[in-house]
Design a protein around this ligand. Structure first.
Ligand code: DHB
Length: 370
């Protein structure tokens, strides 16, 4: 995304990816795009398949105490919506756009070292060395770029949650037109989708849950129990993919050291509830691209100096929202009846007060200004 934004500003870059093209194009991640993310993808010419295949959603359903309550986005946010489109589909479209520019995009690189503007890596059996004006560390939570920043520069803020999500992709038509976030005494469950024939479903489990203990029948039974309401049936089908994701919140400040700028998961992680991860990464690189474009055009350092504090305002808003959705919807392992009642009170408030619903909705579709 950053490479494409820079290319449109006439700025060249080299993209290094340590995985294979097949891996990044197949790996299933989240699937909810904020309005601003869709708008930006469209603006940079990568929105064509997204417009054809993306599923535009006008709301979500919150389920608790055995009932569903709808939150309508357009009426609460001045016409904003979300689009369900798999992250790996966005990745495919961005790779195709990059290849079309014929600018470098290298897969399967290894041994990347930043020193800090001199980059060394291995690619195709050869050692490569390259110097550059700037490095954008867009290499995820486990990437190398954050770790090259000397000790003492970054402050980390963290929270681990005592649960994870068991996620499946199933060859079954979605059982509801919209996403369902279900609060249930057996734990949280989420009904989502990828297309008219593919359902994506999640169950709250332990963070170290053993998938071997979850044969397909047990997964379907548990989903049915947690998502079921009177008169509704869950469509089932072949389970195409299964995995467990642990959940954590993590932020480093600042998101910059010298000429190295961190973006996306390299700088911050959110728990998945509310699907902010990809959208935050896109918001980061939009700011970074604008700041770099200003520097190349006029030599003005100010936008680059402000990148970290500007990005962190949105990051912390999303950290709060993701924590809020997670805390409101999950069964707390060491929680008591008081915690349970607080969650129900909060859910009832969000679904009965227009102002509370509007707050959830504007965060969910993505704030325009933070
Ligand atoms: C999906 C993931 C999320 O974390 C979420 O809040 C909603 C949907 C998904 O993968 O479809």
């Amino acid at each position: 995304m950053l490479a494409q934004l820079l290319h449109l500003e006439g700025i060249d870059s080299v993209v290094l990816e340590d995985r294979s093209r097949e891996y990044v194009e197949q790996r299933i991640r989240a699937g909810v795009l904020e309005q601003g993310t869709v708008d930006l993808l469209t603006e940079i010419g990568v929105g064509e398949r997204l417009r054809r295949e993306g599923l535009v959603h006008d709301g979500i359903e919150l389920q608790f105490a055995g009932e569903r309550h709808r939150i309508d986005f357009p009426s609460l946010t001045g016409g904003r919506r979300i689009t369900v489109y798999g992250q790996q589909e966005v990745v495919k479209d961005l790779i195709a756009a990059r290849l079309e520019t014929r600018r470098p995009l290298q897969f399967d690189v290894s041994d990347v070292q930043l020193d800090p503007q001199l980059i060394r890596y291995r690619h195709g059996g050869e050692d490569v060395e390259m110097s550059c004006d700037f490095v954008a560390g867009c290499d995820g939570f486990h990437g190398v770029s954050r770790d090259t920043i000397p000790a003492g520069v970054l402050t980390a803020f963290e929270r681990d949650y005592p649960f994870g999500w068991l996620g499946i992709l199933a060859a079954a038509p979605p059982s509801n037109e919209e996403l369902i976030y279900a609060h249930h005494e057996r734990g949280f469950a989420l009904h989502s989708m990828r297309s008219p024939t593919l359902t994506r479903l999640y169950l709250q489990v332990r963070p170290d849950e053993d998938l071997d203990e979850w044969p397909d029948e047990r997964i379907w039974e548990e989903l049915e129990r947690r998502l079921g309401v009177e008169g509704w049936t869950l469509n089932t089908g072949e389970i195409l993919e299964k995995g467990v994701t642990p959940m954590r919140s993590f932020v480093v400040e600042p998101m910059q050291h010298g000429r190295l700028f961190l973006a996306g998961d390299a700088a911050h992680i959110v728990p998945p509830t509310g699907a902010k991860g990809l959208n935050l990464a896109v918001a980061d690189v939009r700011l970074l691209a604008e700041a770099l474009a200003a520097w190349y055009a006029t030599g003005d350092e100010t936008p680059l100096e402000r990148y970290s504090s500007d990005a962190l305002r949105r990051v912390w808003r999303a950290e709060h929202f993701s924590w809020f959705m997670t805390s409101m919807l999950h069964r707390l392992e060491d929680g008591d009846d008081f915690d349970w009642k607080l969650q129900l009170a909060q859910l009832a408030y969000v679904c009965s007060s227009e102002k509370a619903a509007a707050s959830l909705a504007e965060n969910y579709v993505g704030l325009e200004h933070v």
